[in-house]
Design a protein around this ligand. Structure first.
Ligand SMILES: [Zn+2]
Length: 421
């Protein structure tokens, strides 16, 4: 490669295969582009751009197509990211469910399998089902393991990201230090990335939801527990020990409810799904709601989902419960917003099924209790991806790693789009 081409544009400071990776990034984020446009964008010579583009086409990351759009003045050949030249598997493991998706290279779900599976059944049984469902999807689309460029997986507990090993996950007995990442890598021979479910959902929102183009945002999952995924300056922030965003045990002002962690008044013990069910049960027993009492008699228990449904039917005790829970979450959220100054907060997880009142109660407290400057540009939304957030997020997390600058540089130098492990 001619070094003089870099002198024209010192900003584009990549050499050799790394220049190919940088050109791939430009095509992926701004394509379709013509070769001439890439020359203009990078300041590289026409022949250097052609050499790298040819290599990217050869390894299947980029495709070249005729552009017939009239009026745009861009007739001729255009280069774009080849999103169907390989596949990503997105795995969303919940406490009681398993979703496995076959995705294109843009984290779009092509097809998925779902089944009821309890994570407490242990890693051997669960990993076997994951491989079985993945193999079923591959067979259905006549794909081989070699067609998978990467696998992303979210699990309902803390994970050491580098090694993909769960660390003392409270609701995953038998999974402590189980080599989740290695097991899948050994079987499929491709890169595997494992993280906790909340970080994975934040990735989904960043890639395909409200978080697109938003560099600083918080994803809050309210389900069986409460946790947060944090995007800071466009990157997921994991913290020094990987447990950033573990907000479930932040204390709520004036509350003394004992928590299983040994403290009192933790957010999770007051405002997560099981807490809502328990408070509804108390309301039913205290004769505050006929509908809740009927539900309790019928099932023997009440879920947060029941509360949401009865609130929709106008049950005042349920409406009150939803508002109070939303306000409690809003109280903690206001502090996080003052501290972190995000421009977006996304609320996801099972409890978002509580409807518009829940989000309204959160917003009301946040706007009242946060600093005016911190909320001036702040948007608070329910997750836009619904039940697919975990699968899309797992695929998006894997894509983010597979197509990192270093990995693409390696693919270009190996002339192979599949990272050789
Ligand atoms: Zn606690």
């Amino acid at each position: 490669m001619k070094n003089e081409s870099f002198e024209k544009n010192p900003v584009f400071g990549w050499f050799g295969p790394a220049a190919g990776a940088a050109i791939f990034k430009i095509i992926k984020s701004s394509g379709p582009l013509s070769r001439a446009e890439i020359v203009r964008e990078t300041g590289l010579s026409k022949s250097t751009v052609s050499m790298h583009v040819d290599k990217l086409i050869k390894i299947g990351l980029v495709k070249e197509e005729h552009n017939d759009r009239s009026g745009a003045g861009r007739k001729g050949l255009l280069l774009s990211f080849a999103i169907d030249s390989g596949y990503i598997i997105g795995i969303d493991l919940g406490a009681s469910s398993l979703n496995v998706a076959l995705c294109n290279l843009n984290a779009g779900i092509i097809d998925f399998c779902t089944e009821e599976l309890f994570v407490y059944q242990g890693p051997e049984k669960v990993m076997e089902r994951i491989c079985y469902l993945t193999d079923q999807l591959l067979a259905k689309y006549k794909l081989e393991r070699v067609n998978i460029l990467g696998i992303g997986m979210g699990v309902p507990g803390p994970v050491e990201f580098e090694t993909g090993i769960p660390v003392s996950p409270p609701i995953m007995p038998g999974w402590h230090h189980f080599p989740v990442k290695k097991t899948l890598m050994d079987y499929y021979g491709c890169p595997v990335y494992v993280d906790n479910d909340v970080n994975v959902m934040a990735y989904g929102e960043r890639y395909s939801g409200w978080g697109k183009n938003i560099d600083n945002f918080i994803f809050i999952k309210v389900g069986t527990g409460i946790g947060a995924g944090i995007f800071c300056d466009g990157k997921l922030y994991r913290g020094s020990q990987g447990c950033a965003g573990d907000i479930g045990h932040i204390g709520v002002d004036g509350n003394t409810t004992p928590c299983y962690c040994g403290n009192k008044g933790c957010l999770e013990i007051i405002a997560a799904g099981p807490a809502i069910g328990n408070l509804a049960k108390e309301a039913a027993e205290a004769g505050k709601s006929f509908l809740l009492a009927e539900k309790l008699k019928e099932q023997g228990f009440i879920t947060a989902k029941d509360v949401g449904m009865l609130a929709e039917h106008g049950d005042l005790a349920c409406v009150d419960l939803i508002q109070k829970t939303g306000q409690t979450i809003g109280q903690v959220l206001a502090k996080l917003i003052n501290f972190f100054n995000p421009s977006l907060v996304v609320i996801g997880g099972g409890v978002t099924g509580l409807g518009g009142r829940f989000l309204a109660a959160i917003k009301e407290v946040v706007y009242r209790r946060s600093l005016p400057l911190a909320t001036r540009e702040l948007s608070i939304q329910n997750s836009s991806l619904g039940e697919s957030t975990g699968m899309i997020g797992a695929a998006a997390m894997a894509l983010n790693e597979v197509f990192s600058h270093n990995n693409v540089t390696e693919m270009v130098s190996l002339e192979n789009s599949r990272l050789i492990l």
